[in-house]
Design a protein around this ligand. Structure first.
Ligand code: SF4
Length: 376
């Protein structure tokens, strides 16, 4: 079992909060697609013939690719890899790109899941964030996706937006729930150094929420989505029954994946690798058969830390016996020491079968809890 991640680092415009690598220079889109397909072909042994259970096109904005470019990528995957007929095939989209014709085309290409960056249902906030869509175009995009036959739709939201009120956040959640998406990811806005939003904060042009207001919005998020029937299966992720993202889940289930494209990461069970985050160098490297790819072999302690970082964030938690079997007695004892402390403070609970799970209280201080477990 394995996954494929394809990175499409093109955006029509840069969002004001974004620190990810992406470019608004579209001239290279075709050369980039060709290089991607070349990489898919040349690195196919990376996942050692495992069946592909998830394909994920992320970005950037994959919905900027045209039909021909998407077809080329998907055909290369189908030809060079063994893809399960029930594979989850996700494409990240900007709501503005999801016209009726484009959405029908995506469905006809075999995508069965759309992940849409909506962020907010306040047009004022969307403007502040530099998003190119409106609340109304987001609603229309979800409708178009449903009409085209998508029955697995995920939306992204952001809380703690600059100067946002509890009422505004409540409104966004109400609008989101009314659309009945199958999956909702919700992230806390962070002001990343070097971004226009960070600079605006420094100049006092926007107001950051207090820690208390921030936690209150996180609490509202959990309460409202739970009462609407969503399972809070990972700190930032909520799903209707059976609609958990298989792609996300593979990260914390230690599933190998190959990541193709500029800046994409890969994992084969024992090492992590990543491509250079520069489109021109990436294309040149692939074309000259000398890809700019770095690799890091993971020690037992690093793999333990990765498992802690991902599994403790999930509702399924961290099975202690699994830690013992996989990482040995020393790390198991290290984990147990942290677990005793966090269980005593009520941030964690241990289930009868020996799994450590964050409590409702622990979810709000998860970073601090996880830090206790990290082996330094
Ligand atoms: S669309 Fe996504 S990747 Fe592109 S600038 Fe906005 S947040 Fe960043």
């Amino acid at each position: 079992m394995a996954g494929i991640y394809i990175h499409i680092p093109f955006c029509k415009q840069r969002c004001r909060y974004c620190a990810f690598y992406s470019t608004t220079q579209h001239k290279q889109q075709q050369h980039y697609t060709d290089a991607l397909c070349h990489e898919l072909l040349s690195r196919k042994n990376y996942i050692k013939g495992e069946t592909i259970e998830t394909i994920y096109l992320g970005g950037g904005t994959p919905s900027l690719l045209n039909e021909e470019q998407l077809t080329k990528i998907l055909n290369t995957i189908e030809k060079e890899y063994t893809v399960s007929p029930t594979a989850e095939r996700t494409i990240e989209c900007n709501p503005d790109d999801l016209t009726p014709a484009y959405t029908v085309m995506l469905r006809s290409k075999g995508f069965n899941r759309i992940s849409m960056g909506i962020q907010s249902f306040s047009d004022e906030q969307l403007k502040k964030l530099g998003r190119r869509h409106t609340a109304d175009s987001a609603r229309k995009a979800v409708e178009n996706a449903r009409i085209a036959g998508f029955n697995n739709i995920s939306i992204d939201l952001m809380f703690a937006l600059p100067g946002s009120t509890a009422e505004e956040w409540h409104h966004t959640l109400k609008e989101a729930i009314a659309l009945h998406p199958d999956h909702i990811s919700a992230y806390n806005l962070t002001y990343e150094e070097g971004t226009p939003l960070y600079n605006a904060l420094q100049k006092g042009e926007v107001k950051e929420l207090t820690e208390e207001e921030n936690l209150e919005q996180f609490n509202t998020l959990i309460e409202e989505l739970k009462s609407a029937g969503y399972r809070h299966y990972e700190i930032s992720n909520f799903a209707l029954p059976g609609r958990e993202s298989r792609h996300n889940s593979s990260y914390w289930n230690d599933t190998p994946y190959i990541g193709c494209g500029a800046g994409a990461h890969s994992y084969d069970g024992t090492s992590r690798g990543w491509n250079i985050a520069d489109i021109s160098i990436y294309i040149k490297g692939i074309n000259e058969n000398s890809p700019v790819f770095e690799i890091e072999h993971l020690s037992n302690e690093e793999r333990y830390n990765d498992a802690i970082l991902t599994r403790l964030r999930t509702a399924d938690g961290l099975p202690t016996e699994w830690v013992k079997e996989k990482f040995g007695d020393t790390l198991f004892n290290y984990m147990q020491k942290a677990a005793r402390k966090e269980v005593a403070t009520g941030n964690l609970r241990e289930t009868p079968d020996g799994t450590l799970v964050l409590t409702e209280k622990g979810i709000f201080v998860s970073d601090a809890v996880i830090r206790e477990f990290i082996f330094i």
